[in-house]
Structure formats: C-alpha cells, structure tokens
Design a protein around this ligand. Sequence first.
Ligand SMILES: [Cu+2]
Length: 488
Amino acid sequence: MDRKTFLKTAGAGAGYMLTPSVITSCVNDGISSSDLYQNPLQLPGGLDSDILQAAPSNLMIAGKYSLDGLRFNESLPGPTIRKRRGEHFQIQFQNDIGQESIIHWHGMIVPPEMDGHPKDVISDGSYSYDFQINQRAGTYWYHPHPHRITGPQVYRGLAGFFIVTDEEEEVLNLPSGEYELPLVIQDRKIDDSGNIYYDPSMPERMMTGYLGDHMLINGVPNPYHEVHPRTYRLRLINGSNARIYNIAFRSRTPFTVIGTDGGLLPQPVQTTELLLAPGERADILVDFSDGFSGNSAELVSKEFSVPSNGGMMGNMSQMMGGAGPEQGSEFPLMEFRINCDSSSSSTVDLPPQLSESNFPAEESAVRTRRIELDMEMMTGHTINGRLFEMLRVDEQINQGDTEIWEFINNSAVPHPMHIHAVQFKVLSRSGSRGLLPTETGWKDTVLVMPGERVRVIMTFSAEEGLYVFHCHNLEHEDAGMMANLEIV
Ligand SMILES: [Cu+2]
C-alpha cells in the first residue's frame, strides 16, 4: 500500500476528519466513534509465575490476521511484571522457541550476567535471572537480545512491560488500576491473505528498517477502549522495530508528559505532540473530561519530518523505503470512547515538582566520547566505523566515572541509540529540534536524527563487566549496529 492509499483508507471512517469547532466537556453530540476502530483493546495480565517461557504459537489477531507468533507465557504482549524498588526479582527464562535467545530488561540497571548480553544466549533449556530492583519507579520493558535475530523475535511477539513502583511516585496518587493503561505500539506488515509477516528486503535491512503498514497496540489492530471522563495515565512503549511515532490526539488536545524511560520527569510538561522512537517510553496523563469534541478521543501519529542528511543517501533511503507508510507519515493509532454518562469524574492535582532528579553536572564529566554513526555501502550501519563483534571491547569505562557521549549521525536515517547499564540525561541536540519534553528526564534511549549531534551525560555505577550499546532500530541492531562497553 502506498502512502496515499494508506491515508485514504485511514481517513475513511465517519467524522474524524472534521475539525472540532466547539470544544465541549463530554457531551454526546453525535460526533462519535469511527468505523475504523472495531477491536477492543487488550491489556496484558500480570506475571504470576517464576518461569517466563518463550514458545511458538500460531495466533489469530482480531479474528482475521494470522501470526506465526512467539509468546511469553502464552500472552501477547508478555505478562506485565510489577515490582517495587528494593524487591528481589527472580525468574527462570525457559527458551522453547527453537533458536537462540536471551532476555534483556530494557532500562533496568542489573549485573552484567543478568543484562541479556548476546554472548549469554541459550538455544534451549533455561537461564536464571536474579537481581535486586534498585532504581527509580518507571515504565521499563523486556524483550529478547540475541545477536542478528532480535528483530524477528520481538516482531513475532516477544516483549512485555516491566513496571517499577516506589514511594516517591506513590505519594503523587497518580491514576491507577483501570485508570492506568500500559500501551505498547508496534507496526506490522500484513499480506493480502491476512498473514502478519517479517521479511525485510535488502534496503529495509540496510536503510530504513522494517516499517509496517498496520499499527497494533498491545497486539490489537485499530483498537478502541472505553474510558470515563477523567484523567488517565498512559504508559506508552514504542515496541516497534523501526517506526517512530509522533504521539498526538487528532483534536490536538494537549496532554501532560510526566515520565519517560527512567521514570518521572522533574516537572510535568504539557504538549500536543511527542516523538517516540523505538525503545523509548512516555508516561502521559490525559484528561478525557476536557478538550475533546464529542465522545471520541483519537490517538494518532502526527506527521513529522525526517531531516535529509544531504544528497544521494537521503534520496536513496526515500526511494528504497518499504511498502508501509514512510517514516513520518500521519496515521491513526487508537480511539478512546468517552462514556459521558459515567460519573467517575476525577482530575489529578499534580505538584509543580514530580520527582527529585540529581543529574550529573557537565563539569563532573571526566571525558567526552565521540560515537560516530555511519552508513557504508558494503558494510551497512556502523558505530565508529565498525560492526558488532561479540567480545571485542569497544569502550572501556572506569566504574563510577561520569562521561559525556556525543552521538554524531552522519547517515541518512534516524538512529535511536540505547545504552545498557545506565540512565542518562540528554544535554543538547544540534539543529532546530531542541530537546523533547521526555528529554527533561532520565533516558536510556535517545533519537539521533540524520545530521544531528546529540550529547548525553551519565555516571557508570553498574557492576563491572561487559554490556552493550546499540541502535534500537532492530534491523540496524541485527545487522551489527551494536558495540560493547566494559565497566572496569
Ligand atoms: Cu539505527
């Protein structure tokens, strides 16, 4: 489907292309749900076992799409893990998928042998995880991390939420229970027979990554969810292989960003749109009692531009793009149907200060590392000119040191860069984009657009040992856009 057809199809529903002329607070005024959203949103259940089993399963999605899938504990997404800071986490990862795998707890700071380094893959049997949760409350997640095959394993269904709570967050009385919705957004390609398939072409492997033409939330295409006219907390994960979303409401209703990768922001930030790259998380508050016309609140990915980094390579990435809508196209995500008759109205009083964040001062950095991101015709995407090698130490860091890393994207495609074993603060970004609302908080993944230089600062306090950093565009990662960092 080309972009034009896609947008036409997406716009075929009743009503939602209308510009709201009157903003009312929850009145059933006839502008109601569109035909596009026909599938009820599913919410993953909690983990109730000390085994996390990955196994194949053929699935029907929304009654019409088939997926040759992989699931954790027969759940899609995987069961949600909820732990409190200070608790111990113990689990047996049981690998029954018939190929190598290992689990990475994305955003969690854990000992090296618990981190899911690709050298620790198992091809069957089980791997014991046992670590203490010693970090801020936040929306973390887990997914496989084997070298070369992370993309297909995540795509086929292996990913889940890992939610950490703590006292600092609890005193805020944020919406919880049914008013807290974990939402993982993933795009998928579906062929004419309704099969969800993973088959990246050479240009998709080498340039854009695998961009789907159907957007799934918690494994459901075109979902709707009924909400009360009150404030909800949405925990968003971009669990896509390559696609970046520009989260917004079609009505341009503002929402409040309260957290990101490493938990609560220092202060809440109001916005009408928010870029979210693969691997990144956003914790947002949405008040469904105000600012939506009628009883429908439609979440979309708003159009955005990907800076072209000059000449031939930029044009080539455009030409060689996959079959799905291009990176940066607008498309619908899901609909919240506001039940105006319900009485459970409640708003949230946020304090001006959400959390204590002691970001390291720039002067405390003992060195700056330049991390060059390049694309070479024969090699592919490289970090400082090299592809991943399992045991080669690329960056050696003294434990306890504070460093600045400068990511320089010399290529023509975006790279969301993820560093294991730390949370960092984004210091600056060259060009006109500036910092995003989420970049006022702790991050473990940062989007570096073509031509940009992004500086981040962090203190390496994790246990000594070998960890990785890599591009979270999973096709780039699988093709070798990954490197080792050793804490000594
Ligand atoms: Cu990349």
